[in-house]
Write a protein that binds this ligand. Sequence first.
Ligand SMILES: [Zn+2]
Length: 222
Amino acid sequence: MNLSTILESNPLGIRWIDDGILYRKPMEFISSWSHRGLSAYQYVCGHCGLHNVSIVGFVATHRVMSGPSNLDREAYIYICSNCSRPTLVVPDQPYSPRPKPGDNVPNLPEPVAKLYDEIRASIQAGAYTGAILLARTLINHVAFDQCGTEGTFKKQIEALDKERLLPKGSKEWVDEMKDIGNEVTHELKICDPETAEHVLSFTHMLLSLVYDFPNRVPKPPI
Ligand SMILES: [Zn+2]
């Protein structure tokens, strides 16, 4: 193969032209995975969300052509010491999957817990518009769970506010969420990551105040 004909060389494989014909060679043909002891790697697991130091996994060594010489590169799969699921680590790149954004909120009932987890998973996957629609649905559930209120989003927000479940100053925040949700639903707006993170922060605060903090108050002795 003439080196001057190489079009692309990266961890996924190489592409080159020889005598006018385009060739491709994916990574699996030029690498092999092996199991061996690895250097300790610290990360927050994208599957279970726990901070974890792993020394167990696999390494792939693959040779890529770079200019006139070959380079040996390595990629790793670390196994989480808590949930045993895999994380891909490529040097100089963010590991994958990344942890879900936002923090856990204890003491959530179903389906509030499930919806909150889906909002975080949507943002993790880059589905920002979907995350905002889910956040509205989650507030519907909170309003029904806490106030027994059904109906429009506006009506549910008013019920939460009346029950003093919305912290001071947050009514405007929820109104903004209503506007964002309306824009997404009726004006076909696509949301950006900042708006989705913003909505997630508010959702976390609301759920903590409604469900978690009341459970932290010490119970009087019987
Ligand atoms: Zn894990």
